[in-house]
Design a protein around this ligand. Structure first.
Ligand SMILES: [Fe+2]
Ligand SMILES: [Fe+2]
Length: 128
């Protein structure tokens, strides 16, 4: 599988209209694209760092996003938090698979899980 083909191109339809959220979503996509384009081109240790940086970027985004959701629609906070927890658990599992088996399917799942939740965020913020 050519991982470069999995790269995500940002477009306006991905915007939620909340500046900080959009800025961080772009960072997440960029970070994911870097992972997808770096395979076999950087040292293994450097690659591990990219994976780690990606999960940290995602976790810190979740914290900020949950704070924003709490301020605009607190009733939805718990449900959204649960989605973040599931996403993070899945992402960590995919990263473990990538680290150990270098499985192309894990990259595919990683990418799709990120995109799926991105769409949930877009739907949520646009419905506000
Ligand atoms: Fe979210
Ligand atoms: Fe988000």
């Amino acid at each position: 599988m050519d991982l470069q083909k999995l790269q995500i191109e940002w477009d306006e339809s991905m915007e939620t209209g909340v500046n900080l959220v959009d800025q961080q979503h772009r960072q997440i996509i960029e970070s994911l694209n870097t992972i997808l384009t770096s395979e076999h081109r950087v040292e293994f240790q450097e690659y591990q760092k990219l994976l780690k940086r990606f999960s940290i970027t995602l976790m810190s985004h979740h914290e900020d996003e949950e704070r924003i959701i709490n301020s605009i629609d607190p009733e939805n906070l718990d449900a959204h938090k649960r989605k973040h927890q599931i996403l993070l658990k899945d992402i960590i599992a995919h990263i473990q698979c990538i680290r150990h088996a270098e499985s192309a399917f894990s990259f595919f799942d990683l990418r799709n899980d990120v995109l799926k939740h991105l769409q949930q965020d877009i739907d949520f913020f646009k419905s506000q």
